[in-house]
Design a protein around this ligand. Structure first.
Ligand SMILES: [Mg+2]
Ligand SMILES: [Zn+2]
Length: 183
């Protein structure tokens, strides 16, 4: 199996979890995040971000605030020649019972149609069970937990058999996949 697409959670996976982040100046990359992403890019893997942003639905910040944060993140990453192919977000609160909030798969379905993605060429990594379950629900080949952000807590909470792979950070994730011959 060869991985062509990587679905990434944003908060706690690429950048430091800041609890309803709305200020672009607060965007802070996690250790080894950019180094890991660079390696995936070098292998020709397409990077996508799919992120639950219930702070919008809860009224804590606006869609415009979210765009500014995402733009800052993409600007920083582009300094390292890391391009994010696309970003999807769910703006709803859990009570809205929408079809996009992870672990639901509508964000995947949108990107899948737009770019003709194949689920068994796609993997996900995130710091919460809902990230990993989204990948499972979408039929991805591998659904990984990262131990940054809420990752340690998610690992304790389990259930552990939901996680196909557990990585310390995005660089560790890259090497784990490389060792498996997936890249
Ligand atoms: Mg997260
Ligand atoms: Zn939604």
């Amino acid at each position: 199996m060869k991985i062509k697409n990587l679905f990434l959670d944003r908060d706690g996976t690429i950048i430091v979890e800041k609890h309803y982040l709305k200020d672009p100046d607060e965007v802070e990359l996690l250790p080894n995040a950019v180094d890991g992403l660079k390696k995936f890019v070098e292998k020709g893997v397409n990077l996508f971000i799919v992120t639950n942003q219930s702070g919008i639905g809860r009224g804590y910040f606006s869609v415009q605030d979210l765009y500014k944060v995402n733009k800052r993140l993409c600007d920083i990453l582009s300094l390292y020649h890391v391009q994010i192919k696309d970003i999807e977000f769910c703006p709803h609160s859990p009570d809205d019972n929408c079809r996009c909030r992870k672990p639901k798969t509508y964000m995947w379905e949108k990107l899948q149609k737009k770019y003709n993605l194949i689920s068994h060429e796609t993997v996900v990594i995130g710091d919460k069970l809902s990230d990993v379950l989204m990948g499972r629900n979408a039929g991805f080949i591998l659904n990984a937990l990262v131990l940054t952000g809420y990752g340690e807590y998610s690992l304790k909470k389990g259930p552990i058999d939901c996680f196909d792979l557990i990585a310390k950070d995005l660089l560790d994730f890259y090497y784990l996949l490389e060792n498996r011959g997936c890249l």
